[in-house]
Design a protein around this ligand. Structure first.
Ligand code: PLP
Ligand code: LYS
Length: 446
């Protein structure tokens, strides 16, 4: 990769090779998630250059594919995990405990069991607790390892109300109580290493003031904790770096964000840490889907496709805009353009990727590419309407690799079939009382 390629701060959907993408659906079927690992690497390098003095962790929830975790780890990122499952994935990708932060949000008992077990083998892992109950529950399990406290800074930002976490009551301990909570944790033998907060996801340049105010509060808090409790190793100001989804949107000016962050946090005797997710993967991914129905409805033309809100839920959930390109029409200059509604196969009227968007007239068999699908795409996919999740492929060094096979209806019904076949006394039946990672509740000790 050239320095010029790494410095390009946005990869638009029009820059993907239409013929190559179409060939992928011919080989791997549709719908299909495609992720370019080289682009993930470029995004990492650009962010690393701007935040050269910060510890960078990747928020695994944006895209937990093993290939993404290994790529970002090898590039130098730590891994911020939202569940025991994500920690398990991080370890499988070769991460050491010191590279892993586990952010516990109302953690199920089984997650805490599993994490405390993992801590025995990986004593350098960090647990970020967002409530005193979580700290108590860790203590109950004998955990005295590295502890970071997630605070609620009282400021939220992000692309939609549903992703603004900084002022949402469910996240973190109110910042004004943080010193007392950490002093108490230190007295109880925890190794207090950091403070953490996250304002929200998809923060844009016009929310820079909110970011600045939030970071300034974190700087003040870090100094107060250092005075009252002791030196911290790091102050983690979360992720949230927005990327352009609309064709005419400008990318974030990372240098300005980094300067504003350094300036607002002030003098602290601790490392600055950040944990973006979307920024690394969003424009590295596209979702390919085939048009199977074209019809003139009363007030619009509908292009029906085989991907739906179960494949990519962001438009239905947040009214999120994703660029859409008809790849088949890319080589057909004569196609007329018409306002169209692109809709999926799910029995919900919200199952649309766009309404009345001007696109080349769709034909049955056309392949559409939906852009910026690398972040919170497959991760939020589900099996509603008994729809198997699609395959994912990765591109790297000119190679194409199947990274996750397409599910089948058999996959969708397997757990049900296994339950039917298991007798009540079987190990499977007893496993069902627990979750994947241990006991199902703090009071269940069997
Ligand atoms: C605690 C935490 N850290 C990091 C992130 C990553 O956010 P983003 O993908 O917007 O960078 C999230 C998601 O919003 C989060 O909840
Ligand atoms: N899922 C959200 C981002 C939220 C991240 C988790 N806190 C999105 O697709 O924009």
């Amino acid at each position: 990769m050239t320095d010029a390629a790494a410095s390009l701060s946005v990869r638009r959907l029009t820059e993907w090779d239409a013929a190559e993408l179409q060939a992928l659906t011919a080989e791997y079927g549709s719908p299909l998630y495609v992720l370019d690992l080289e682009r993930v690497r470029q995004n990492y390098r650009r962010l690393e250059a701007a935040f050269s003095d910060a510890d960078i962790l990747y928020a695994v929830k944006a895209n937990a594919l093993g290939d993404v975790l290994s790529t970002l780890r090898e590039a130098g990122a730590g891994l911020e995990c939202a569940s025991a499952g994500e920690v398990q994935r991080a370890l499988e990708a070769g991460a050491s405990g010191s590279e892993i932060h586990y952010t516990a949000v109302n953690p199920p008992a089984g997650d805490l069991d599993w994490i405390v077990d993992a801590w025995a083998d990986h004593p350098e892992l960090t647990v970020t607790a967002g409530s005193e109950d979580t700290i108590d529950r860790l203590a109950d399990r004998g955990y005295t390892g590295r502890l970071c406290l997630r605070v609620n800074p009282g400021i939220g930002a992000g692309h939609h109300e549903k992703v603004r976490t900084g002022a949402a009551a469910k996240f973190g301990v109110p910042a004004e109580r943080a010193v007392d909570v950490l002093a108490d944790a230190a007295d109880r033998g925890f190794d207090v290493v950091g403070i953490h907060a996250h304002v929200g996801s998809g923060v844009s340049s016009d929310q820079l003031e909110a970011h600045r105010e939030f970071v300034a509060r974190m700087g003040d808090l870090a100094r107060a904790v250092a005075d009252a409790v002791g030196t911290l190793e790091f102050v983690d100001v979360g992720g949230g770096f927005g990327v352009p989804y609309r064709e005419d949107e400008d990318p974030l000016d990372l240098e300005s964000v980094a300067d504003a962050t350094r300036d607002a946090i002030g003098e602290i005797d601790a490392e600055l840490a950040i944990e973006p997710g979307r920024y690394f993967v969003a424009d590295a991914g596209v979702l390919l889907t085939e048009v199977n129905t074209v019809k003139d409805a009363r007030e619009t033309t509908v292009a029906g496709v085989d991907a739906g809100m179960t494949t990519l839920i962001r438009p239905a959930m947040y009214d999120a805009y994703h660029p859409i390109r008809n790849l088949t029409a890319a080589g057909d200059d004569g196609r007329e353009r018409l306002p169209q509604t692109v809709a999926g196969p799910i029995c919900e009227s919200g199952d649309v990727f766009c309404t009345e968007r001007e696109l080349p007239v769709s034909k049955r068999g056309d392949i559409l590419a939906i852009g910026n699908a690398g972040a919170y795409g497959y991760e939020m996919a589900n099996q509603y309407n008994s729809r198997p999740r699609p395959a994912s492929i990765v591109l790297e060094d000119g190679d194409v690799r199947l990274a996750r096979r397409r599910e089948t209806v058999d996959d969708v019904t397997r757990a049900e079939r296994e339950a039917r076949n298991a007798s009540d006394s079987s190990p499977l039946a007893s496993a069902n009382r627990k979750n994947d990672h241990g006991r199902a509740s703090d009071t269940d000790n069997d």
